[in-house]
Design a protein around this ligand. Structure first.
Ligand code: GDG
Length: 501
């Protein structure tokens, strides 16, 4: 009971690697994830920090299993409590309940929602265990910060165990409207747990407004305060824009802060990588490789929410309808599977491979391949090199809490060039009105978006990119951290800038 910040997130902040000599090392996670590096950067701001995650264990009673380990990395010193979960618990709590029931609802894919296999008692039990581990770590009055939907029941349990704590919850995903959320039969239990928080956080005002609507549909919740949205976030009317936002609600005599603050990227770090001498050779070589072609880059986790299929079909139509572009463009589609053992993700991966193969078969020649598909993670430094040379970043999720790739692309464009084509249904679109915004549910919008990006005059490219770089730099990871710290009540001065990757 000694930590003044406890982060509760299902994944560990590193990957555990067994060395040949039998020792264990902890290394940066290789699989794509926008959340882990962002959260780690908070530990520098507190005297003592702790992280609570799960670790799959064959035998959860194994006495040799190290439950709490101490980590010291560039973010500071913190302990990691690992909850031993069996493979069955992981499957039930994470792959089934979280990914098959919650994930589709959060992203408004009602037709993909799968209720039948959910084992609710296991979900409760795992959440209870997370709450117990957090309660064991937290000092009197500490901040406990819970992340994402798979831990929805933690705040309610934690409030029962430790009424002294300041409990916050941040949603990294979208939060849907009541008509969609209320499909979940556990809606009351989930929302009641969230209402035990002091602070409930979202990326953008629309998700916050949706949550308040859901809460009001289920309980006697009053909106005690609304505020105007920061003008920069409301000036462009996109599908996800809102003019005002709820900032406080009351429930059973308690006030709960509703916060919307978009997660940003570590602009200074990306800028440093983009300018690094070490990578200049790589950038030069890539530029040479693509000197006769316009490079379109698409990066994301393999997921039906990310709009890969819609994008590949649009690319196929582009090549079909614009013969002049054949031999002149190339799409680099990086789609990395993070949940390879799940049927829904296997299906999407197979569909991506099949369409990609068809495009290359239909339009490719010995001299030119229209599309390169990459399904394994690219080291972050190399990703920055690709961002630097891509004429267009094409990011078209059907639903996405924020989308950090869009911001990373802009932060990498130290030359003020390049065009961002971004779906209106990514939370990032609310701030990034100077991108070419497209509607991935409309072929016409998708097709004209990519065509206009490829043909955009240099002056317009520069003007848009400058505007985007201004927004991404202003609302960077530090802005997000400061806004969260202001809500927590800052225990100590912000540390000097550190990298988050
Ligand atoms: C969730 C929400 C929200 C991707 N491919 C590679 C690679 N990546 C990195 C990117 C980026 C991260 O993964 C992906 O971040 P996103 O924001 O796009 O998406 P999710 O993982 O779905 O994250 C999302 C986010 O939480 C934060 O709140 O924005 O909406 O779904 O950082 O760079 N990294 C490396 N190689 C790759 O091939 N190294």
């Amino acid at each position: 009971m000694s930590s003044d910040l406890v982060i509760v997130y299902h994944r560990q902040p590193y990957e555990e690697v067994q060395n040949d000599d039998g020792t264990v090392s902890y290394v940066e996670n290789k699989s794509p994830n926008g959340i882990v590096p962002t959260l780690k950067s908070f530990f520098g701001r507190f005297d003592k920090g702790a992280w609570v995650a799960w670790k799959e264990a064959e035998d959860t009673s194994n006495p040799g299993f190290e439950r709490v380990i101490e980590i010291e990395d560039r973010y500071g010193k913190y302990s990691v409590s690992r909850l031993p979960l069996t493979a069955e618990q992981v499957k039930s709590f994470y792959h089934v309940t979280s990914k098959e029931a919650f994930w589709p609802i959060l992203h408004s894919f009602k037709e993909r929602y799968n209720y039948d296999p959910v084992d609710w008692p296991t979900f409760r039990e795992v959440n209870w265990n997370f709450a117990e581990a957090a309660a064991a770590e937290a000092a009197e009055g500490a901040n406990v910060w819970v992340h994402d939907y798979n831990l929805w029941l933690v705040p309610g349990y934690l409030r029962q165990m430790r009424p002294d704590l300041k409990i916050s919850f941040f949603h990294h995903t979208p939060f849907p409207a009541a008509d969609t959320f209320n499909v979940l039969p556990w809606r009351k239990e989930i929302v009641q747990s969230l209402l035990a928080c002091d602070i409930i956080g979202f990326h953008i005002p629309r998700y916050a407004a949706n949550f308040v609507q859901v809460a009001r549909s289920l309980f006697d919740v009053e909106t005690s305060k609304r505020e105007k949205v920061i003008p920069e976030f409301a000036s462009e009317v996109t599908a996800l824009s809102e003019r005002t936002q709820p900032v406080e609600i009351s429930f059973e005599g308690r006030k709960i802060v509703i916060s919307s603050s978009p997660v940003g990227v570590d602009v200074d770090y990306i800028d440093k990588l983009a300018r690094s001498e070490k990578k200049q050779e790589r950038v030069k070589a890539l530029k040479e490789d693509f000197k006769d072609e316009q490079l379109i880059l698409s990066v994301g986790r393999t997921d039906y929410t990310k709009g890969s299929i819609e994008q590949l079909l649009s690319y196929e139509r582009l090549l079909e309808n614009h013969k002049e572009l054949r031999g002149k463009v190339r799409l680099l589609h990086v789609s990395v599977p993070a949940n390879a053992n799940m049927t829904a993700y296997q299906e999407i991966q197979e569909a991506i491979e099949s369409i990609a193969g068809r495009i290359n078969g239909r339009f490719g020649s010995l001299e030119w391949q229209p599309l390169a598909l990459i399904s394994r993670p690219i080291p972050f430094e190399d990703l920055i090199a690709y961002y630097r040379v891509a004429d267009v970043a094409w990011i078209t999720p059907l639903a996405d809490g924020m989308n950090l790739v869009a911001k990373e692309y802009v932060a990498s464009r130290i030359d003020d060039d390049g065009v961002l084509v971004l779906s209106e249904f990514a939370g990032a679109a609310v701030e990034m009105g100077s991108a070419v915004l497209v509607n991935p549910f409309s072929n016409k919008s998708m097709d004209s978006g990519i065509f206009s990006a490829l043909n955009m005059p240099g002056e317009e490219r520069k003007a848009r990119m400058e505007a985007l770089r201004g927004v991404v730099a202003k609302y960077d990871i530090r802005y997000w951290a400061e806004s969260q710290m202001a809500l927590f009540g800052s225990p100590k001065a912000a540390p000097s800038p550190q990298s988050t990757q």
